[in-house]
Ligand binder design. Structure first.
Ligand SMILES: Cc1ncc(COP(=O)(O)O)c(C=O)c1O
Length: 386
């Protein structure tokens, strides 16, 4: 049958019929263990009852009224988000790319500068600004000239960075763990040098927490593992548990740059998405859930190191909390396809990495099941390739 969708995605062979927790049931009745969480979105597992209830309650009140009305639930969501990040003010958008787009606009207006530094292998989205700031040619190929004041530097290389940052630099944009680019973790030294150089130059530090935020690493935001304070963070993905929402979170000093009429979005901060975000943050930003996430991240990492890292062709295991990667020498799409036939759904990251993004509510039994499938699949694939 001819598809009427642009072929922008190479899709898998599984059509979901329903999903609950860590399980997806396909239309043919087959069950899968979902270690993708909808690409880092359903951090509480699929269809969490608390989120369902919050969304259902809002559905019965009103769906959309526009941002011309005051909305106390938006205020509540903004306070939860700002408090968790140690920042002050929030602008709500509908996606990660939109949040980054807004953050770039905010930084340029607040500093009255246009130069933006970001890093190779980063991913920040597909709109023009977020694409231009992304450090991967494959995302930009074919779309013509990008933005000439956007500079890309090697990740984790202090000297190259110090040579480039100057008093014309509006902002530095980075992911603490590069998600799409291969699960590359920033070093503490790199982050500290960036933070200091930003202060010295009057440059804003923007941390893209779209994949790493909302509890994924065992803290509300990944930057909180390091002793640094960004001026702006962006969040999306896990913020709405599957309802579309994005957010820019910044310091009070930025207030004047985003005054009335400076930026906006019809759907940004939509009441249904906001209801999901409030319920999600109330569940995730708790000591108990974050402690459990840290423990399960450690458990999964330890299992990967003891069982998987020994297999021929496995080159590295890395990440933070429950954003983890297995670097292999084999063909990642082929391995992922074999894993799916055995009931485990995983993601790629970069060319050579298998990415694990299970829900934060994952159990030890589910981790053990996934490790068993990974072990048998990777052993067979690598021995077949030899
Ligand atoms: C770090 C990061 N930034 C930005 C984005 C873009 O988010 P969205 O797809 O919601 O536009 C993503 C999506 O994968 C991401 O991982």
């Amino acid at each position: 049958m001819m598809s009427h969708l642009f072929p922008t995605y190479s899709r898998w062979e599984i059509e979901p019929a329903s999903a609950k927790g860590t399980k997806i049931t396909a239309v043919d009745g087959k069950e899968y263990l979902d270690f993708t969480s909808g690409i880092g979105v359903c951090n509480l597992g699929h269809c969490h009852p608390h989120i369902e209830q919050a969304v259902t309650e809002q559905l019965k009140k009103f769906w959309h009224v526009s941002n011309l009305f005051p909305q106390s639930m938006q205020e509540k969501a903004a306070k939860l988000l700002a408090d968790a990040a140690g920042l002050d003010l929030v602008f709500f958008a509908n996606s990660g790319a939109e949040a980054n787009e807004a953050a770039l606009k905010l930084a340029r207006k607040a500093t009255n500068r246009s130069k933006i530094i970001s890093f190779n292998n980063s991913f920040h989205g597909r709109t023009f600004g977020s694409m231009a700031v992304t450090g991967q040619d494959k995302i930009k190929n074919g779309f013509g000239p990008m933005l000439e004041t956007f500079i890309h530097l090697p990740f984790n290389q202090v000297e190259a960075f110090l040579k480039e940052i100057d008093q014309n630099t509006a902002a530095v944009v980075l992911e603490v763990v590069q998600g799409e680019g291969g699960i590359n973790v920033a070093t503490s030294e790199f982050l500290k040098v960036i933070e200091k150089a930003c202060k010295d130059n009057g440059t804003l530090l923007i941390i893209d927490e779209i994949q790493t935020g909302i509890g994924r690493t065992g803290k509300p935001f990944a930057f909180q593992h390091f002793d640094i304070k960004p001026d702006i963070i962006t969040a999306a993905k896990g913020l709405g548990s599957g309802l579309p929402i994005g957010a820019v979170v910044g310091t009070a000093e930025l207030q004047d740059a985003f005054g009335p009429g400076s930026h906006g979005s019809t759907f940004g901060g939509n009441p249904i998405a906001i209801a999901a975000a409030v319920a999600t943050m109330e569940m995730i930003f708790t000591e108990q859930l974050l402690t459990e996430t840290t423990a399960m991240g450690q458990y999964l990492y330890d299992q990967l190191v003891t069982t998987i890292s020994k297999i021929d062709g496995v080159l590295d295991i890395r990440g933070m909390g429950l954003i983890l990667g297995i670097e292999i020498s084999g063909n990642v799409p082929e391995v992922l396809s074999s894993l799916r036939t055995k009931g485990l759904i995983l993601l790629p990251a970069g060319e050579k990495v298998i990415r694990l993004l299970p829900p934060l509510t994952i159990t030890e039994a589910e981790v053990n099941q996934a490790i068993g499938i990974l072990e048998s699949t990777l052993t067979n694939i690598t021995s077949a390739a030899l």
